[in-house]
Design a protein around this ligand. Structure first.
Ligand code: ZN
Length: 72
């Protein structure tokens, strides 16, 4: 079971990875790591560099690439 205080993706303490706005707000809990991890928390750095792009690609990319060329 992942510890509550460290990032499931890079294992850095969440407080260390907290973004400046979140530090100012006193928020050190990190972010939801879905879809990269089902459980635990992701630090803000991973949230921005890994989790958000992964979410975007889930929505933007179709499950299978249709790169068909006319074959008739
Ligand atoms: Zn991280």
């Amino acid at each position: 079971m992942p510890t509550r205080d460290s990032c499931v993706l890079c294992h850095m303490p969440l407080a260390e990875g907290a973004s400046l706005p979140n530090r100012r707000a006193g928020w050190y809990e990190g972010a939801n790591p879905w879809p990269l991890a089902e459980d635990g928390r992701a630090c803000d750095m991973c949230d921005q560099t890994k989790v958000l792009p992964a979410r975007l690609s889930l929505f933007l990319q179709p499950e299978r690439k249709s790169d068909e060329k006319g074959t008739d």
